[in-house]
Design a binder for this molecule. Structure first.
Ligand code: SF4
Length: 224
């Protein structure tokens, strides 16, 4: 199994009926047509040899759910990609559509849940259903060492994965915080990061400097 083949499987997945229904009822943004939307599960992308993975919650309605690529085409991506470029993780600061020439260096980007959920809030069943795909992505990233979880949802879903696999016992031993780091039993490091959502950016809970500092911390952890 390769990441490309896995993404093919993910794109055809219809396991979560609530999410399938929600995506099919989504109204396009003003000036766009339904045919402009991906409107399917969105798999991850990036360098299969990556040592870093960045895990978000789920596709944005008019971002990844429209373009078919995580964090592409909405405010969260507009915030994040220039900073990833600044930190040396991409070849360009722009990310607006598949085919825009974006390449990731030493980084794989994905979401804990691959389908757009209502109110950006997957149910626990939907997290569970989609966790097999996250586990498959992690297992195919042979060199993965640092997992940056954007937001509590992605952070907890990653921890649940390790718990289900019997690698950790108590989730309470791993409280989420921005910059909080945990070495997992397989040697990988899980690093918490506030999500780059519009709400967090508008309220100042997440800033450019905080995100850059987090990326630098991730690189320093690798050096350790
Ligand atoms: S959220 Fe995941 S498991 Fe559920 S339908 Fe989408 S791809 Fe399949």
């Amino acid at each position: 199994m390769s990441l490309a083949k896995l993404n093919g499987q993910i794109a055809g997945c219809v396991k979560c009926s609530r999410l399938v229904k929600h995506i099919s009822s989504l109204q396009p943004r003003k000036g766009l047509m339904l045919r402009d939307y991906w409107n399917r599960p969105v798999g991850g992308f990036g360098d299969p040899q990556s040592r870093f993975a960045l895990v978000g919650l789920a596709p944005g309605a008019h971002g990844a759910n429209r373009t078919g690529r995580p964090f592409t085409g909405d405010g969260a991506g507009d915030f994040m990609y220039p900073l990833l470029y600044q930190a040396g993780f991409t070849n360009q600061p722009e990310a607006y559509a598949m085919g825009d020439g974006l390449q990731l260096y030493d980084l794989y980007i994905t979401n804990a849940v691959k389908c757009l959920p209502p109110q950006n809030c997957p149910s626990s069943d939907e997290f569970t259903q989609c966790r097999d795909y996250l586990a498959a992505e992690f297992s195919l990233l042979d060199n993965l060492q640092i997992i940056i979880a954007l937001g509590r949802g992605a952070f907890m879903s990653t921890l649940h994965l390790y718990k289900v696999q019997g690698a950790i016992q108590r989730l309470a031993d791993y409280p989420f915080s921005h910059g909080g780091e945990y070495r997992l039993p397989d040697g990988r490091v899980l690093l918490g990061c506030y999500h780059t959502s519009r709400y967090n950016l508008q309220t100042g809970r997440m800033t450019k400097q905080m995100f850059i500092d987090l990326l630098e911390k991730a690189k320093a952890l690798l050096a350790e």
